[in-house]
Design a protein around this ligand. Structure first.
Ligand SMILES: [Zn+2]
Length: 73
């Protein structure tokens, strides 16, 4: 699981680490449960910083980016 923008994993992003601590779960579990940009098929998400940088894309646009990135690998 990684961010489409910065390629970081949830445990490397303080926003998820903090929220995971509050909810007593792992950062990965938190993203899977509560991150609206998470896509289970490609196992990618978009952290808040990257989401803003991308210009607040719609979820359908994000999924397209995830699929494109997944195919490139
Ligand atoms: Zn990011």
């Amino acid at each position: 699981m990684k961010c489409i923008g910065c390629q970081k994993q949830p445990h490397e992003l303080s926003e998820y680490v903090q929220q995971a601590t509050v909810h007593e779960m792992s950062p990965v579990e938190y993203v899977r449960m509560d991150e609206g940009t998470y896509d289970i098929k490609t196992d990618m998400f978009c952290c808040t910083g990257c989401y803003v940088q991308l210009g607040l894309p719609l979820n359908t646009q994000l999924i397209g980016m995830y699929q494109h990135a997944a195919e490139a690998h």
